[in-house]
Ligand binder design. Structure first.
Ligand code: PMP
Length: 395
C-alpha cells in the first residue's frame, strides 16, 4: 500500500461509519450569533458542542480589547516569542497568570496543544520517563513522543496502577514526570489529585497537571482542580489553554520552579512558532480578568451542568461519573450514537459525536458541553429532545 492508498483506506473506513451525505465531523458553522446560537446549513441551532464554558465569546469587554489591540498593534506579530514576537501584552499576560496562581514563573504559548508539547518536551528527554494517564489528551501523547522519553501509561484514574508502575521504576522514579488532567475531556471526570500527589511525593517524581478543561470551572477563584483540592503548591507544573473558558487561542504553563524559565531556550514548540496575535492576547487578558471577577459565571455554569446531568440521568442515559460542563452519553455502539447525534441536529441542537477510536475504551459518545450563557429553557428543551430520542432509538 503506498502513502496515498493508506489515506484512501482511512477515508473509506470513516465513510463506512457514516450514512451518505452526513457531515458529522468538522461540520461547517456558517454564522455565529452568540455564545449559544449559530447557523448550520439553513437552520438556527443551539450550540452545545463548544468549550466556551464561561460563555465569554462575545463579552463586550473582550471584543473591545481585541479591536483596540488590532488598531494599535496590527493583526499579527509575524514572529516567535524568541525573536520579534514578545510584545508588552505577552509579557503582561505571563505576569497575570503568575499572579493568578501565585506562582513564580509563567510562560505563554501559541496554543494549548503547544503548551503541552513545549512543556513536556522541555522537561524530559531521552533516558527520562513520562508516566501518563491512559486517557490523556493527544497533546500530552504528542509531547511525550516529541520528548524522546520512555512513555508508560497507567490505567485511567487508577492510583494503585500508577503506584505499581512507579515502584517498578526504582531509582528512575526520580527522573519521572507524571501527567494527569484536571477534568478529562471525554467523560468530564476529575483526576484523584490528592492520591496522585501523595504518590509522586513518596517516589520523588515531578507532577504536571493539565487544567485545560478545569480553568475557570473548578475552585473558588477558578484556578482549577489544584484549587478545588487545595493542592496548588504540590503540583510542579500546571498547563492550560486560552481556547476554552478564556475564549481565544493560546496556552500557558505556570510553576514555582524557577527552571520553567529555561524552557524558553530549549523548547522547540515555544521557539519555532509565531506568537499569539495582539488581539488574541488582549482579549485573553480581559477574559482572565472577568474569570477572576467573582464567581457568578462559574456558579451559573454549575447550575446549568447540574440541570442537564440530572435530566439525562433521569431519562436513563449512561453518563460519565460526575456532573460538570462536559456531559457525555455513553452509547452501546456507533450506530446509536450517530442516530442520537443526528436526531439532535434535526431538532436544531449541535453537540459533539465521538466515535471509535477517539474515545476511551472505544466508546461511542454523544458529548454535550454546557456553558454559563445557556438558559434554563434552552437546557430544558435539550432534555426534552434527548428524552424523545431515548424513547425512539434506544428502546
Ligand atoms: N489539553 C487538553 C486536555 C485538551 O482537551 C486540549 C484541547 N481540546 C488541549 C490540551 C489543547 O488545547 P488547544 O485546543 O487550545 O490547543
Amino acid at each position: 500500500m503506498n502513502l496515498l492508498d493508506k489515506l484512501d483506506a482511512a477515508a473509506s473506513a470513516r465513510k463506512a461509519l457514516l450514512p451518505t451525505g452526513l457531515k458529522a465531523f468538522g461540520i461547517p458553522i456558517e454564522e455565529v450569533y452568540s455564545a449559544t446560537e449559530a447557523r448550520i446549513g439553513n437552520n438556527r441551532v443551539l450550540l452545545l458542542g463548544t468549550n466556551n464554558y464561561l460563555g465569554l465569546s462575545f463579552a463586550p469587554e473582550c471584543l473591545q480589547a481585541a479591536h483596540e489591540a488590532i488598531d494599535k498593534e496590527g493583526t499579527g506579530t509575524t514572529g516567535s516569542r524568541m525573536a520579534n514576537g514578545s510584545y508588552f501584552g505577552h509579557r503582561a499576560l505571563e505576569q497575570e497568570f503568575a499572579d493568578f496562581y501565585n506562582c513564580r514563573e509563567s510562560i505563554v504559548f501559541t496554543t494549548g496543544y503547544q503548551a503541552n508539547l513545549g512543556t513536556i518536551s522541555g522537561l524530559v528527554g531521552s533516558g527520562d520517563v513520562v508516566l501518563i494517564d491512559g486517557d490523556s489528551h493527544a497533546s500530552i501523547y504528542d509531547g511525550c513522543t516529541l520528548s524522546g522519553a520512555d512513555i508508560i501509561r497507567f490505567r485511567h484514574n487508577d492510583v494503585a496502577d500508577l503506584e505499581k508502575r512507579l515502584r517498578r521504576l526504582g531509582e528512575r522514579s526520580r527522573s519521572t514526570l507524571i501527567i494527569a488532567e484536571g477534568i478529562y475531556s471525554m467523560l468530564g471526570d476529575q483526576a484523584p489529585l490528592a492520591d496522585i500527589v501523595r504518590i509522586k511525593n513518596t517516589y520523588n517524581s515531578i507532577l504536571l497537571l493539565d487544567e485545560a478543561h478545569s480553568l475557570g470551572v473548578l475552585g473558588s477563584t477558578g484556578q482549577g482542580l489544584v484549587e478545588k483540592t487545595g493542592l496548588l503548591n504540590e503540583v510542579d507544573f500546571i498547563t492550560g489553554t486560552f481556547s476554552k473558558s478564556l475564549c481565544s487561542i493560546g496556552g500557558y504553563c505556570v510553576s514555582n520552579h524557577p527552571q520553567l524559565n529555561q524552557l524558553r531556550y530549549v523548547s522547540h514548540p515555544y521557539i519555532f512558532t509565531a506568537s499569539p496575535s495582539p488581539a488574541t492576547i488582549a482579549s485573553t487578558r480581559v477574559a482572565l480578568q472577568l474569570l477572576r471577577n467573582g464567581s457568578n459565571l462559574r456558579d451559573q455554569l454549575w447550575r446549568n451542568a447540574h440541570q442537564l446531568y440530572s435530566i439525562m440521568s433521569e431519562i436513563g442515559f449512561k453518563l460519565g461519573p460526575e456532573p460538570g460542563p462536559i456531559i457525555s452519553a455513553v452509547l452501546d455502539n456507533p450506530q446509536q450514537a450517530l442516530a442520537i447525534w443526528n436526531g439532535l441536529l434535526e431538532h436544531n441542537i449541535y453537540v459533539n459525536l465521538i466515535l471509535p477510536p477517539a474515545a476511551p475504551e472505544n466508546k461511542s459518545l454523544v458529548r454535550c458541553s454546557i456553558n454559563a450563557a445557556h438558559t434554563t429553557e434552552q437546557i430544558a428543551y435539550v432534555g426534552e429532545i434527548f428524552s424523545e430520542l431515548h424513547a425512539t432509538i434506544l428502546q
